[in-house]
Write a protein of this length. Structure first.
Lengths: 357, 646
């Protein structure tokens, strides 16, 4: 009904490999970008900076994890640790007087360096073993953060982030911080969108499907695993740094503890492995749902005039949120991205039920 | 001359700027005045390769110069074999440039058919699409045809071929370039040497009653037909068209060469015959001509698709489609469409019709045509309801495809519309349709006897029976030669009844028998796809076409179709019995022509035992049929066929 495809023809292979060949998709993307740009004008700044901003940064981070887990197929349970590396290096660099642009770059590079260490584990082990190895590295990182005061200032200390500046301009307004997050998320999305259709993206998928089959095809799986870990860590590092610079304003060890790692992995899995739109949905569900169910539930309770003890009020939304994740994954094991695609397909072949032969 | 009604306004090609023009001059006009516009698109490995008028004209001139070097010229012919390709179209125009006969053939033609073509005129060369068609030329040579040169388009598989006079398209163009370099005046000569009376193309009659007869259409004929069709509102300038019809069919030539050059169409050539439907969607043409059978096929695909769709989509489809069909029928009966029609139309267009048209690439079609034979009312109304202004056109090879068309908003089921400007139509005393126009050919090639029969006093005797209505609309009943009488003396046209039978989606072909008999009977071939799908849905097991055709459940649905047709026939012309044949009619077996017209004599001879059984009251008949494969080998198929009472 909405997707009109007649008359779409390609006169070159470049045009044939367009990201969005269907005008409807293109229009939708432009609409969303426009919405992102005018968001500060229409969204209340409280919501903008406490919901939309972290959603965008976490989406960028989740896309980074999706790169290594979804596309390259390597389980990664130490992603928060990598983000921590980026966050602390950036804050230290900024405190040292390095301009934020370079501090962010340092965050990315140092995170990529540490992240690459993870990839050496991936060369030896796969699947659950890799999960355990990366988890172990996460614990090592946790220990380092809480026991090396030179880095964090101690387990209970927090490190103040200097005022965020870009090109010498301090960015303190709500809208300004939002645009930084929005810009970063857009950059990462464009990168991943394009990565899918390059040799790198295809090689990663080949490694994911079967690394020795990929090797037979001439794809050096070791090399591509390192590239996947390094690239994903680079994104993690900058996302971690931006999270501290624009949202938390100070860095503490528990921001990047093991449960955060698991949470990011949950975002990726609920959203859908190797799905970009899914990452947006997954982050929204994991990050925003608890707050939304909470307020919905208390409003509902107020409306009915229920007198519930605070214990119940705190736990029922959490249970609902857990149930939601289970329901979504049972309806579509491939994640929210797949649900979106199912809906899109439904309209794509409208009014038929499948592509005609 | 009988009831002499001249319907067309006085108009003729001679009063227009097109007077005295040839295709090569028009092609050069396009190249100089509109050189940057797209003339041709051809899909190659998924990518549409474009060619502007300037490039195309240059390619044609080089090709013509090459053909000139090879000795193609006045009085000599070039055989063109293959499916639609830009280069084959270019070859057609180039051959006309050097005043030779371009003779396109059906790509599925058998060796005997090709030999008949090749023996008609002295062959100077053959232009073949690929290895398969080069092989055919080699076979023709082996069979004794003298074809000095073979030019091929697609070189795959031809590396090791060692045959005299075999050269690729590129080599031909090189020869052409050399020829042009050596003779500085050649370019000018190529553009201006041909006259309107020189041949444009060498086509053939369909040959329902014998061997196909050669028909040479002059440049004046085809340009005049293109002009008439445009004046009559068949198309405008710069239409987008898909070149998918067989190149040997006059409709294809008239559109993709004559009209395309005259009115600067963009011709889109699909990648392969199998990808036509997908390429149709990518092109979304503005002009679409298809045989009633193709329209039926698309309709069947839509209906099967909807049957397999989800409940909501089905419900929406039926809701809007029923409303639109009802409104369309009211319009056909010249009644008011209904007060809320516009609302349902809008909503339906948005939710159902638009998406369906989009799926098939028909959303940009302004001019949709069906021609060649009658179209079923249900199909016709369906497409009108869908919002495609489908129209019928009437024409023959002998007069370059365009005689009469319906206008978009004035459609009646039983007529084919008004005669086109420049075309005068009369009705002879015996009911035969007579045509006078500058698009009418000069005569059958080397066949004065047939020519004398077809053209008398400048009137083309079309061989079709029909009449003109008072409002000037032409009604075509069928072939004059096919009008037969039952034993009781009742006149009827078997083809008319067959077409009505074929309106059933389950019947692909039919042959009605009854000349000089007391009752009418029929032999039908089921439509394997539609009946096969029906069998799947209804749990009827079957192994093959032959097996499916004899199932009693299938006979039951065929019987319904017969009852429906009988209801519209006079008492004396009702069908009494039928046999569902165990194989489809096939052009390779000579039972139908390449354009799927019934060869009645062949069928009646071959199925004589079946016809006997239909009349002697037996309930079954043992039948042996000869099947000819594409390789030319034959084998026989034996089967016991059941006779069913309607």
């Amino acid at each position: 009904m909405f997707y009109r495809q007649a008359g779409i023809r390609h006169r070159s292979y470049v045009s044939d490999s367009k990201l969005f060949p269907i005008p409807t998709d293109r229009n939708l993307i432009w609409f969303l970008v426009l919405l992102g740009i005018i968001a500060p004008l229409v969204v209340d700044s409280l919501y903008l900076n406490s919901y939309v901003l972290p959603w965008l940064i976490w989406t960028a981070a989740a896309l980074g994890l999706n790169l290594v887990t979804g596309w390259a197929g390597q389980l990664h349970l130490g992603y928060a640790a990598i983000m921590a590396v980026g966050a602390y290096s950036a804050v230290h660099a900024a405190r040292f007087g390095v301009p934020w642009e370079f501090a962010l770059l340092i965050a990315g590079v140092s995170a990529a360096a540490i992240g690459t260490v993870f990839s050496f584990a991936a060369m030896r082990v796969k699947g659950l073993y890799l999960a355990l190895t990366t988890l172990a590295m996460q614990f090592v990182m946790d220990w380092v953060l809480s026991h090396v005061p030179a880095v964090t200032g101690g387990s209970h200390a927090s490190l103040q982030s200097p005022t965020f500046k870009l090109l010498g301009q301090p960015i303190t307004s709500d809208a300004g911080l939002y645009y930084v997050a929005f810009g970063w998320c857009v950059i990462v999305t464009i990168f991943i969108l394009n990565m899918r259709r390059t040799g790198l993206g295809r090689a990663l998928v080949a490694v994911r499907e079967k690394d020795y089959a990929a090797a037979i095809l001439g794809v050096n799986s070791f090399y591509y695993k390192i590239v996947a870990f390094a690239t994903s860590s680079f994104i993690a590092g900058i996302s971690g740094a931006l999270l501290v610079a624009t949202f938390f304003f100070l860095a503490t060890p528990e921001q990047f503890s093991v449960n955060v790692s698991i949470q990011v992995l949950a975002m990726v899995i609920v959203g859908g492995l190797a799905s970009i739109i899914g990452s947006y949905f997954g982050v929204a569900l994991i990050l925003l749902m608890p707050g939304i169910t909470n307020s919905l539930f208390s409003a509902f309770a107020d409306y009915l005039g229920l007198q519930l003890n605070p214990e119940t009020l705190a736990h029922i939304p959490t249970a609902v949120y857990g149930a939601l994740i289970i329901i979504f994954l049972m309806v579509e094991p491939l994640g929210l991205g797949k649900i979106y695609n199912n809906i899109r397909d439904y309209f794509l072949v409208w009014p038929f039920d499948q592509m005609k032969k | 001359m009988g009831n002499n009604i001249t319907t067309s306004p006085v108009a003729s090609l001679d009063q227009t700027p097109l007077a005295g023009k040839t295709l090569s001059q028009l092609l050069m006009r396009n190249a100089t005045e509109h050189g940057a516009e797209i003339a041709m698109r051809e899909k190659d490995r998924g990518i549409w390769q474009e060619m502007t008028w300037a490039e195309y004209a240059e390619e044609v001139i080089k090709c013509a110069a090459g053909l000139d070097a090879l000795g193609v010229g006045e009085g000599r012919a070039m055989l063109v074999l293959g499916d639609n390709r830009i280069r084959l179209y270019g070859g057609l125009t180039a051959a006309a440039m050097v005043r030779g006969f371009a003779m396109p053939t059906y790509s599925g033609a058998t060796l005997a058919e090709l030999k008949h073509f090749a023996d008609e005129a002295p062959m100077a060369a053959a232009l073949a699409e690929d290895q398969e068609h080069v092989d055919k030329v080699m076979e023709l040579r082996a069979a004794g045809c003298d074809i000095p040169y073979v030019i091929y388009d697609e070189e795959r598989g031809l590396n090791d071929y060692q045959a005299p006079g075999l050269l690729s398209w590129t080599e031909l163009l090189q020869k052409g370039e050399e020829n042009l370099a050596q003779n500085p005046d050649l370019r000018n000569r190529l553009i201006h040497q041909s006259t309107p009376d020189d041949p444009a193309v060498f086509l053939h009659s369909s040959g329902t009653t014998g061997n196909p007869k050669g028909i040479v259409l002059s440049q004046r004929n085809v340009i005049s037909a293109a002009w008439s069709a445009r004046e009559g509102g068949s198309y405008g300038e710069k239409e987008e068209i898909l070149a998918y019809l067989p190149m040997a069919w006059v409709g294809d030539y008239a559109l993709t060469v004559a009209a395309a050059i005259t009115y600067r169409f963009t011709v889109n050539v699909p990648e392969r015959q199998e990808t036509v439907l997908r390429d149709l969607r990518e092109i979304a043409p503005t002009y679409y001509l298809a045989a009633p059978r193709s329209w039926d096929n698309i309709l069947t695909t839509i209906q099967v698709g909807i049957e397999n769709s989800t409940r909501l989509k089905q419900w929406l489809y039926h809701f809007f489609m029923n409303k639109a069909v009802a409104a369309e029928r009211r319009k056909l009966e010249r009644k008011n469409a209904g007060s809320f029609e516009w609302l349902w139309r809008r909503l339906g267009e948005w939710t159902v019709f638009g998406p369906i048209k989009d799926q098939f690439g028909l959303n940009r079609v302004v001019h949709a045509f069906t021609g060649g034979e009658a179209m079923g009312e249900d199909t016709f109304v369906f497409y009108r309801a869908l919002g495609i202004k489908l129209r019928q056109l009437y024409g023959q090879t002998e007069n370059s495809a365009f005689n009469a068309i319906q206008s978009a908003d004035e459609v009646q089921l039983h007529t084919v519309g008004r005669p086109l400007p420049g075309v005068t139509i009369n009705i002879a005393d015996d009911g035969e349709i007579l045509i006078k126009a500058s698009s009418v050919f000069a005569g059958y090639f080397n066949n004065p006897a047939a020519t004398a029969e077809a053209i008398k006093d400048g009137w083309l005797h079309s061989g079709d029976a029909g009449y003109l209505e008072e409002d000037g609309h032409l009604v075509v009943l069928g072939r004059v030669s096919e009008v037969v009488r039952t034993a009781a003396g009742e006149r009827f046209v078997p083809n008319y009844i067959e077409n009505r039978l074929k309106f059933s989606p389950y019947i692909r072909d039919a042959a009605v028998v009854g000349a000089n008999r007391d009752e009418l009977v029929a032999m039908v071939c089921i439509d394997f796809e539609a009946v096969g799908h029906w069998a799947e849905v209804n749990g009827v097991p079957y192994m093959s076409y032959a097996d499916l055709s004899q199932r009693k459940e299938v006979a039951a649905i065929l019987k319904e179709a017969f009852i429906r047709v009988n209801a519209a026939l006079p008492e004396t012309l009702k069908l009494y019995r039928f046999v569902s044949l165990h194989k489809e009619f096939d052009p390779d077996d000579g039972e139908i022509t390449r354009t799927r017209k019934l060869r009645r004599k062949v069928v009646e001879e071959r199925y004589a035992p079946v016809i006997t059984a239909l009349y002697d009251g037996s309930s079954e008949v043992h039948m042996t049929a000869i099947v000819t494969y594409e390789t030319g080998e034959t084998s026989s198929v034996e089967r016991t066929l059941l006779v069913w009472e309607v």
